[in-house]
Write a protein that binds this ligand. Structure first.
Ligand SMILES: [Zn+2]
Length: 419
């Protein structure tokens, strides 16, 4: 299992300069490697093979490019290999129907991180302060607010400068301990399974009647817009402009953190409270449902949610299943008859069998029942709806999830699992 742990660094002024120097040298190397990559004919191997060719040129490159000697070699190699990663990522986006161009050169503002792969980093204590000791760089004070797990092997450390100017160290770790075994599908109780419908108006609506409303961010957004307007009035690249740019970046980051925090807490909750979690395949859903201009944003957030949910389920020993989203809203969860349902129709009322439910609750039931079918769980003779009819919906403001860490007031399972 792979995890990442993120810590804030508090470098001195000198160290900030050195960090920036390393970052910029890596950026130049990246751009050089991209230039070389475009020179190598496609028939000389896979993307990865061609990028490896460039990586193997590093020793020769160092002969004339003096700055490279200042950088730890296990930092240079992953910088070059990033080209392969980025090209593959572009390919994936293309497959999903996104319009993507060529891989481009990185400007100083776009190139924010570099990685120590396998070696060259160490945690140390210097005068009571925990420092991250980086080869050929510095001993940088680190806010080590939570320990790494005992069984962790650190595979890499990424140094990242946020747009706010803050530096972070992200530890990529592997754990030896096997995650808990998933319960056998036959033994799972009806109460231990959940289907979740995610949406634009509401974050999540589940088959237990919990609906998490979307995050109230209008104040944050107004504040951000005000600061952005101020930025546009400043002389480009002046000191005032630079200070204001940093403020804008801080507000951006703040909104991003609030969103991620909610997704973390929600995914923790579902992975811990249930034995089986069913969601829609959101790659497909994003394409089907969101309006063109907001497609990227909405599907990005949904994907973040399901990605988190998937690895957390793995970690907690919970079954995770993704189902085809086509028709989950139209279909009646009780009898399966399809009715057209424009977005503004918030209630499901089946003309065939009379089943009535909230639109999203009905969708969540379909998601769960598709999930059970996909896993081959013969849960009951009837549909999940018949097994346990949904209780009324409890709308929960996203704020409560952020504060309590869970959409329900009382935890269903023991509170001993913290973290
Ligand atoms: Zn029906």
């Amino acid at each position: 299992m792979n995890y990442s742990y993120r810590y804030r660094l508090t470098p001195t002024e000198d160290q900030r300069e050195t960090l920036d120097y390393h970052r910029d040298t890596c950026r130049q190397l990246y751009n050089h490697a991209l230039y070389r990559f475009n020179q190598i004919p496609e028939d000389e191997g896979t993307v990865k093979q061609r990028v490896r060719t460039i990586r193997d040129e590093l020793p020769d490159l160092k002969d004339w490019w003096d700055a490279l000697a200042d950088i730890y070699s296990k930092v240079l190699q992953p910088t070059v290999m990033r080209i392969a990663k980025n090209i593959n990522a572009l390919g994936k986006l293309k497959e999903q129907g996104y319009k993507v161009g060529e891989l481009r050169w990185k400007s100083p503002r776009e190139f924010r991180s570099f990685t120590y792969n396998q070696s060259g980093f160490e945690l140390d204590k210097k005068g009571g302060q925990t420092v991250l000791s980086l080869s050929k760089l510095a001993d940088i004070p680190i806010e080590f607010h939570r320990p790494l797990p005992d069984d962790a092997t650190v595979k890499e450390v990424t140094l990242k400068k946020e747009k706010t100017g803050e530096w972070f160290a992200i530890f990529g770790i592997e754990r030896d301990t096997e995650p808990p075994a998933k319960p056998s599908l036959e033994e799972i109780d009806a109460e231990e399974v959940v289907g979740i419908d995610v949406g634009i108006r509401k974050y999540a609506h589940d088959t237990d009647g919990t609906a998490v409303e979307s995050l109230e961010l209008s104040e944050d957004r107004n504040r951000l817009e005000r600061e952005q307007r101020k930025l546009s009035r400043k002389a480009y690249e002046s000191t005032n402009w630079e200070n204001q740019r940093q403020r804008v970046a801080e507000y951006h980051l703040d909104i991003k953190r609030k969103r991620r925090d909610l997704l973390h807490k929600l995914s923790n909750y579902y992975a811990r409270e249930y034995d089986l979690v069913a969601v829609e395949d959101l790659d497909v859903k994003g394409m089907l449902e969101s309006p063109r201009n907001s497609r990227n944003t909405a599907s990005a957030a949904w994907n973040t949610f399901t990605d988190m949910l998937e690895y957390k389920c793995e970690r907690e020993g919970t079954h995770f299943v993704e189902v085809d989203p086509d028709g989950t809203t139209k279909e009646c969860a009780q009898c399966g008859v399809e009715t057209e349902k424009p977005l503004w129709v918030r209630e499901h009322s089946c003309p065939a069998c009379g089943f009535e439910a909230d639109r999203d609750a009905n969708a969540a039931w379909n998601i769960l029942s598709r999930g059970l079918t996909k896993l081959g769980v013969g849960h009951s003779e009837g549909t999940p709806v018949e097994t346990a009819l949904p209780a009324g919906t409890t709308p929960v403001p996203a704020k409560r999830v952020l504060e309590a860490g869970s959409p329900t007031l009382s935890e269903r399972v023991s509170a001993s699992r913290v973290g």
